[in-house]
Design a protein around this ligand. Structure first.
Ligand code: PMV
Length: 332
């Protein structure tokens, strides 16, 4: 009753922000993301008779609540579905620097969904697996697939139509991401707290939800047409709209620091000078620049020379989550 799986992280071009239902973690809006090659989580799940509780080793260290509670609640879903009563020993490792303020919940819960369902003997279709990952984190539903991925908000109360699917694979287009790290601190307001607060208090939240369909439609078209300028403009638009709605909540949420804004300016300056790059930012201060591979070096060095940037991580597009036969934890 043991399985190992790996999944890549992802970055949303059209953002998910807000839930239509909390207990099943149903998003209020659809989203479109790109999966990253350079940032993955490997998870091993081993259901064992002799355990008195679930155990979690995260990046080589024994984890504590709230991480352990979140993983246990997730495993409860697998146990309820299968009738299994055993606890599990879970080992999870990120190959990207932790504590860097980079979202790891997407790759973590995608790899956990795949490993835990396999270990429990559950045979799930791709949508069912995505639905399971969604219970751990909304963005995890997308991390099961490589390349360009769309997540449907869905309408059904039971969440059966709220899952992600691949739009194009990672070989479709040579899109590249450069992630400017502007702070190593853990963010104070997590995405669930932030989006629920926004939904409750922002006067613009309804508009955010109502206009999401147009953004999704236009992004689908930009991907089909391989229209990079349109893709970039829409990604910046969705990012700024998400942050604007979060800022307009009461009290307002500001995820940026001064270097975040410096990076946004660097990227717009690059564009004015003829190097096409666009930014997107999640619920934190790191800035992700999107460019085509011909511009990687130009964009990377411009970000590295921006005030307040600590370092820049470079990543192309990554593939599907996968089961692994074995893993050498020392090589991760
Ligand atoms: O699924 P969560 O709880 O990690 O929320 C993701 C929220 C954003 O990263 C800001 C946007 C997104 O679509 O990934």
């Amino acid at each position: 009753m043991k399985a190992i799986a790996q999944a890549n992280s992802n970055i949303a071009l059209i953002k998910y922000w807000g839930k239509r239902e909390s207990s099943l973690n149903l998003p209020a809006v659809g989203s479109i993301s790109v999966t990253l090659a350079g940032m993955k989580t490997v998870s091993q799940v081993h259901f064992q008779e002799d355990l008195r509780e679930d155990l979690l080793i995260l990046n080589g260290k024994e984890a504590l609540p709230p991480e352990t509670t979140r993983v246990s609640k997730f495993l409860d879903i697998v146990r309820e579905t299968t009738g299994l009563s055993m606890y599990a020993a879970v080992k999870s490792h990120n190959n990207f620097p932790t504590g860097a303020g980079l979202a790891s919940s997407a790759s973590a819960f995608a790899s956990l969904a795949l490993a835990s369902s396999q270990a429990a003997g559950l045979k799930l279709s791709s949508p069912q697996l995505s639905i399971l990952a969604r219970r751990g984190s909304g963005s995890a539903a997308r991390s099961l697939f490589g390349g360009f991925v769309e997540m449907r908000a869905g309408k059904n109360e039971d969440g059966s139509d709220s899952y992600a699917f691949q739009v194009q694979d990672e070989k479709y287009w040579d899109i590249h991401l450069l992630i400017a790290i502007t702070s190593e601190q853990k963010k104070d307001i997590g995405s669930t707290t932030g989006m629920n607060h926004t939904a409750r208090t922002s006067p613009y939240y309804r508009q955010w939800v109502n206009t999401s369909h147009t953004d999704l439609k236009e992004m689908r078209r930009a991907i089909t047409d391989k229209n990079f300028s349109k893709l970039g403009e829409l990604a910046e638009f969705s990012c700024l709209k998400m942050h604007a709605v979060a800022m307009s909540s009461y009290p307002g949420l500001v995820y940026w620091n001064s270097a975040t804004i410096e990076c946004m300016q660097t990227i717009r300056d690059l564009r004015r000078q003829g190097s096409e790059a666009y930014f997107t930012i999640d619920a934190g201060p790191q800035v992700k620049a999107i460019c085509l591979s011909a511009k990687i070096e130009t964009v990377k060095s411009a970000l590295e020379n921006t005030r307040g940037v600590l370092r820049v991580i470079s990543s192309g597009l990554g593939g599907n989550a996968a089961l692994l036969e074995r893993i050498d934890w020392n090589t991760l």
